[in-house]
Design a protein around this ligand. Sequence first.
Ligand SMILES: C[S@@+](CC[C@H](N)C(=O)[O-])C[C@H]1O[C@@H](n2cnc3c(N)ncnc32)[C@H](O)[C@@H]1O
Length: 313
Amino acid sequence: MNSGFTHITVLLEEAVEALAVRADGCYLDGTFGRGGHSRLILQNLGPDGRLLGFDKDPQAIATGQALAAEDGRFVIVQRSFAELGSEALERGIAGKVSGILLDLGVSSPQLDDPERGFSFMNDGPLDMRMDPTRGISAAEFVNSAPAEEIARVFKEYGEERFARRMAGAVVARRETQPFERTADLAEVLKVANPAWEKGKNPATRAFQGLRIHVNNELGDLEAGLEAALEALEIGGRLAVISFHSLEDRIVKLFMRKLVKGEADNMPRNLPIRHQAFEPRIKLIGKAQFASDEETRANPRSRSAVMRVAEKLR
Ligand SMILES: C[S@@+](CC[C@H](N)C(=O)[O-])C[C@H]1O[C@@H](n2cnc3c(N)ncnc32)[C@H](O)[C@@H]1O
């Protein structure tokens, strides 16, 4: 399936370098997308190396299947990376994975294709699901959820200051006509938003909130990070690329907790095994950003931040 929409891979060389790919290693790409990172990982693998790709999106899966047909070292599954622990167990690679990459969020084809319903710029059906066969669409959510829940999603996941007011407008409008299209919702949000930020569509934050909610993006990230830690072998690498502060905060706190050792967060009077004081990971370098050259060529890379860790135990 080739939709004609393309995705420019962000931090391509940097992410694959961060994984320190071993020719005979076993790697997981939790967010295959259009396979930019996966292809470069495969180039660094020898004949005994293996790569397992995950994606929720049917078009990403179709691209992955075409790649798997050409390259016997690669397999793709339509599954959330939140479930990579079960997948690793089923394949007998739990605790044996040499490197895991998560390049979070949506791909450009998902945003650019109006039919996927992510865009307030191009009108389309109000869907926003990465996997349109699972869960509820954005339209179902805004047409049925209580106003407080919609406001929470706009505020917590979209960091929208006028969340309550905008959620109120959505609920008032759906009484007479339920939402079906992205442009219709964007228009209602625009009118309800009293403070337009310069250079930003007034529906941007609310749309981001809806997308994160509909795809359970933050819940999947938390589960995926825990699962990744268990799936890695000692010395295995985890590289995570985030695109907004909510994601990056989760990644940063997760890594910080493991660098300190679990005991750091426990009450002082509890008896604690010696091992609990030892770090489970070490950080590899500092947070990494796209170069000026990359941000000029691909504006989407401007918000990218990559954090890398190595499993110690
Ligand atoms: C930024 S793109 C990845 C692009 C890819 N690295 C490339 O170079 O082509 C993110 C991809 O991850 C997928 N995705 C997001 N969250 C996911 C999850 N929890 N599980 C599996 N796939 C996910 C999206 O469907 C999308 O295709």
